[in-house]
Design a protein around this ligand. Structure first.
Ligand code: NAD
Length: 480
């Protein structure tokens, strides 16, 4: 049995109490490795290491910091197959997805922020006749990065990369559900020569490790991605301590499909945006609104195509969907399908667990599920399911669809499908969301602001927004 280790002060070590929790392979439903069950003392040790490293790291020239980050990225890239296999085993996602999306994106995150920091500039404000203000951007010090299980290394590096590029030292906690590639990253960091204490990875449970990080007075900022309730718990603790917070939370994203769309493109992209990663991407569209003139046609082809999507073990090259991440998560998703039926919904396809053969018979597989006939304001259409379950709803007017689209507590992302440019601009402007994709989905430019409105979060990640988050401005005025 493999034992994952913490990465503290440049060392791969067991947690202080040498206690562990089980790590389950969701494709087989079997324990396959052990995760440190770290506690407050492990976090404390990480903070001591980070504190000792901060002065040297924050004074290391940007190009030297960048060179180490690029070396880390290059090593991951050279082991892409190993990383993709590990990510898939840990999470249940198809290997093809991990090797085309998750791991390449982790590499890009590191390279992007290694170079972004070299282009980062701060403002100056001239006061004619009096003097000049210039604004320094200083690293914060020790910062915390807490990430979820759905895109493990992708989201972990999305936080760590800007934090260390900006000169901070980091205490990072991956999800206890998917810790493996974070562990592999720690091995790579040591190999690439990242100075000890700059990045410390403490594995374990949210209410122990995450909570200890949130409460630690020397961790001055928390960048968190995860559920809305967890975000609220963190905010409650961190706000009176005046910590900087970036919260990327849940979603219930609408896809708005107008009758004048490019039908085939809207259809094929909607299949991806519904079921990629088993629907476990915060940006997946789970409420699909289709304009009435094309509703029946869209529904028929959508259902027919989704029925052909293969649900299979992650290393099956033909798998369109792998396993969902855990048994409790599978049960949660299935319970929402039951709720949808109670609320009067009709399951058009899917709606049940899938039992694979042989070694995968205990895995957590669900057929991609499409439901119709639900009110826009019922629980199924208001609460985040975060699995391979979507609802379809017809609409007649822009006003009506905007009302339905904007009716949830969330506001993360949205798609709009129309060939009418004016309509696209108008609707994009009216949707309550941090991100709108017109005639596309999940096209990501790492320079753009990323985040949600309403209960989908506070703050923005991406590009200079992330570098601003991980630095403190200090204004200096020089009198003429
Ligand atoms: P989660 O909130 O349960 O856990 C996220 C992380 O927080 C984990 O590392 C967990 O251990 C930690 N944690 C749990 N309790 C904590 C506590 N009390 N204090 C500090 N840390 C704690 O979320 P999850 O189930 O891992 O991920 C799924 C959720 O993440 C979904 O709601 C999804 O929408 C959201 N998500 C959002 C984005 C985004 O960018 N907005 C991206 C991906 C996922």
């Amino acid at each position: 049995m493999k034992y994952i280790k913490n990465y503290i002060n440049g060392q791969l070590i067991a947690p202080v109490l040498d206690e562990h929790i089980e790590n389950i392979d969701p494709s087989r439903g079997k324990v396959y490795s052990m995760i440190p069950d770290s506690n407050q003392q492990d976090v404390e040790n990480a903070v001591i290491a980070a504190e000792a490293a901060f002065s040297a790291w924050s004074n290391t020239p940007k190009d030297e910091r960048a060179a180490i980050m690029i070396k880390i990225a290059d090593i991951i890239e050279s082991r892409l197959d190993q990383f993709a296999a590990a990510e898939s085993l840990d999470n249940g996602k198809p290997v093809s997805l991990a090797s085309h999306v998750d791991i390449p994106r982790a590499v890009s995150n590191l390279k992007f922020f290694a170079t972004a920091i070299q282009h980062y500039a701060s403002e100056s404000h001239n006061m004619e006749g009096q003097g000049i203000n210039y604004t320094l951007r200083k690293p914060i010090g020790i910062v915390g990065c807490i990430s979820p299980w759905n895109l493990p290394l992708y989201l972990f590096t999305w936080k760590i990369a800007p934090a260390i590029a900006a000169g901070n030292c980091v205490i990072a906690k991956p999800s206890e559900v998917t810790p493996m590639t974070a562990f592999m990253l720690s091995e790579v960091c040591a190999e690439a020569g990242l100075p000890k204490g700059v990045l410390n990875i403490v594995h374990g449970l949210g209410h122990k490790v995450g909570d200890a990080m949130t409460k630690h007075p020397k961790i001055k900022a928390i960048s968190f991605t995860g559920g809305t309730n967890t975000g609220a718990t963190i905010a409650k603790i961190a706000a009176p301590m005046f910590k900087k917070l970036s919260l990327e939370l849940g979603g219930k994203n609408p896809n708005i499909i107008f009758a004048d769309c490019d039908f085939d493109k809207a259809l094929s992209t909607t299949i991806r945006s519904s079921f990629a990663n088993q629907g476990q991407i915060c940006l997946c569209g789970s409420r699909i609104f289709i304009e009435r003139p094309i509703y029946e046609k869209f529904k028929a082809v959508f259902v027919a195509k989704v029925e052909k999507s293969k649900v299979s073990y992650p290393s099956d090259p033909e798998a369109k969907l792998g396993a969902v991440v855990s048994q409790p998560h599978m049960e949660k998703v299935l319970s929402y399908i039951e709720l949808a039926k109670e609320e009067g919904g009709t399951v058009l396809t899917g709606g049940h667990q899938v039992k694979l053969e042989g070694e995968y018979s205990e895995g957590y597989y669900i057929r991609p599920t499409i439901i119709e006939g639900l009110a826009y304001d019922c629980r199924t259409n208001q609460e985040e399911i975060f699995g391979p379950v979507v609802t379809i709803t017809p609409f007649d007017t822009e006003e009506e669809v905007l009302k339905m689209a904007n009716s949830t507590q969330y506001g993360l992302a949205s798609t709009v499908w129309t060939e009418n440019l004016r309509k696209a601009h108008r609707v994009a402007n009216e949707i309550d969301a941090g991100i709108v994709w017109v005639n596309s989905w999940l096209v990501r430019d790492l320079r753009t602001p990323f985040g949600g409105v309403k209960n989908s979060g506070v703050g923005r990640e991406g590009g200079f927004e992330a570098l601003r988050f991980f630095t403190e401005p200090k204004n200096v005025f020089i009198q003429n």
